[in-house]
Design a binder for this molecule. Structure first.
Ligand SMILES: C[S@@+](CC[C@H](N)C(=O)[O-])C[C@H]1O[C@@H](n2cnc3c(N)ncnc32)[C@H](O)[C@@H]1O
Ligand code: SF4
Length: 493
């Protein structure tokens, strides 16, 4: 147990998230009085006081009641951020002092500094919007937010690249997401909406009808706006019959002229769902981008994570897609899969480079609460931080060899080793939707079970989330309600 006592502020949520990056596997308890801490535990005390010289922040860490570390910020005016808002400065000083005090005694590396959110690039956009130049932003990231040099350069370069696609912002432009929450089987690590076809396949036709109804009803409200990108994800969209997916795509094109949509992506994902009939149908519907996701090219790991396919299936599906004319193919991999070593990652990358995709998305394993992996976590040994770092470096080198650069990134809760997920792309093959969903600078209208719409208000630089229900059966019963919620907001936005 890690005990935390805060005094003079109430940034519990932020402090909790920061402490968790160092003490990943330990429970955290906030206490109001030192005496409530177990004498055997670790206690982090953080106190803000208003002195004659301004606000002062002190962090002290005790182990078994013995003081182990201390870090003091004598005056919060040393903090340089976007504005002079003293609450914001206090929050940053609190996090800085805790970060520095823990860093003195911890073996854990926290390369993202005091940033704990899932979209670290957003802060770079805020600085760029306020007129800061790249050198100033780099300095603020490394000195105030305490990111290491590599992560600072990564988010700066990604944000600069993204702006060419996302700016100028426009109220009338939006992107569309359609969720197909079915999969052939459920993978060990997954927490996405994925209902196994074996059990839920009987609902696919009803789901298709209700989804199309939702698209048509909400689509009427959007007909005057411009659709930027369309992304069909899941689950595994290609797990349902080609004719169902064909009807879904056509329902969108009945409302929005296909040729005016800049990009259409369908996540094919599992190679066992990538048939010639499916690919021909996608091509006929002018789908620009697809994903064929190995996760790993090691057969033993594929069996262990329950993918139901082998590395040859990936190669077959990829070559078939190439033959049918797809020239924008993404491949997802996960670093930190159970039992994988560096040589397994090298093998995966060697197999991928032979196929030469133009997009590669490198995920770091996240142990999600709703996954089977979490339930059986004691049966697996998780990859250690240093090993993960070397594995991620390997993927970086191979991406470079394939002439790819990072173009979007995000972090996740419960991600191993405090790392991140990075999307790489060759020049001109960046996925617009991936950037739009990460940066939250464009309205996303989402359809289907588990899909969340985000209505963007550019003048106020804010957005409002409108989630659809996750459960498949509940979605089928309550689709009209999902429609009304979105229509009401879109009419007034
Ligand atoms: C929404 S999933 C859908 C992809 C598709 N159904 C497939 O499995 O090929 C998108 C990607 O997220 C990644 N992913 C899913 N769960 C993850 C986890 N717990 N940790 C890290 N990456 C994960 C996988 O690489 C996966 O391809
Ligand atoms: S990783 Fe993909 S295929 Fe596996 S359960 Fe999740 S969504 Fe389905």
């Amino acid at each position: 147990m890690v005990y935390i006592r805060l005094q003079g502020h109430n940034y519990e949520y932020d402090v909790g998230a920061l402490v968790k990056t160092f003490y990943f596997n330990r429970d955290i308890k906030f206490i109001s009085d030192k005496t409530l801490a177990d004498s055997q535990g670790l206690l982090i005390e953080n106190i803000v006081t208003n002195t004659m010289n301004g606000y002062k922040v002190i962090t002290k860490i005790y182990n078994n009641q013995k003081e182990m570390s201390e870090f003091i910020i004598k005056d919060i005016n040393s903090i340089k951020i976007l504005d002079n808002n003293s609450d914001r400065k206090i929050k940053i000083a609190v996090k800085q002092s805790i970060y520095k005090a823990i860093s003195k005694i911890s073996e854990v590396n926290a390369p993202w500094g005091i940033l704990t959110g899932i979209r670290p690039t957003k802060i770079v956009h805020d600085f760029l919007d306020s007129g800061y130049n790249s050198n100033d932003i780099y300095k603020i990231l490394t000195e105030q937010y305490l990111l290491n040099e590599e992560k600072s350069s990564l988010i700066l370069s990604i944000a600069l690249k993204e702006r060419k696609f996302l700016y100028p912002m426009d109220r009338d432009r939006f992107s569309m997401y359609i969720s197909i929450p079915f999969c052939p089987t459920r993978c060990l690590y997954c927490s996405f909406p994925s209902n196994s076809l074996v059990q839920w396949g009987k609902l696919v036709d009803e789901y298709t009808d209700k989804l199309i109804f939702e698209i048509e009803q909400v689509g009427k409200t959007l007909a005057n706006r411009r659709i930027n990108s369309l992304y069909i994800g899941g689950g595994t969209p290609t797990a349902i019959p080609a004719e169902n997916l064909d009807r879904i795509l056509k329902s969108v094109y009945n409302i929005f002229d296909r040729d005016k949509i800049r990009e259409v992506t369908v996540e094919a994902g599992r190679p066992d769902t990538v048939t010639e009939e499916m690919l021909e149908m996608l091509k006929e519907n002018k789908v620009d981008r697809i994903s064929i996701n190995p996760q790993t090219m090691n057969e033993g790991t594929l069996d262990l994570i329950g993918r139901n396919h082998n590395p040859e299936d990936i190669i077959r599906a990829y070559k078939l897609a190439n033959k049918i004319g797809f020239d924008s193919i993404n491949m997802d991999i996960i670093i930190g899969l159970p039992n994988e070593k560096e040589e397994d990652v090298i093998n995966t990358m060697e197999e991928i480079i032979k196929l030469s995709p133009n997009n590669l998305t490198v995920h770091t394993m996240a142990v999600k609460r709703a996954s089977k992996l979490r339930e059986k976590i004691d049966e697996y040994s998780l990859t250690q931080q240093r090993s993960l770092e070397r594995m991620l470096d390997i993927t970086k080198e191979y991406a470079k060899k394939m002439k790819m650069e990072p173009y979007y990134m995000y972090r996740q809760k419960q991600i191993l080793g405090n790392f991140e997920n990075v999307g790489y792309s060759t020049k001109g093959k960046e996925c617009i939707y991936n950037m739009a969903i990460m940066e939250e600078k464009e309205t996303i209208i989402a359809f289907g079970a588990g899909a969340t719409s985000k209505i963007f208000y550019p003048n106020e630089n804010r957005f409002q989330r409108v989630p659809n229900v996750k459960n498949l059966k509940v979605y089928l019963e309550r689709v009209k309600e999902m429609i009304e919620r979105k229509k009401n907001l879109l009419e007034i936005s």
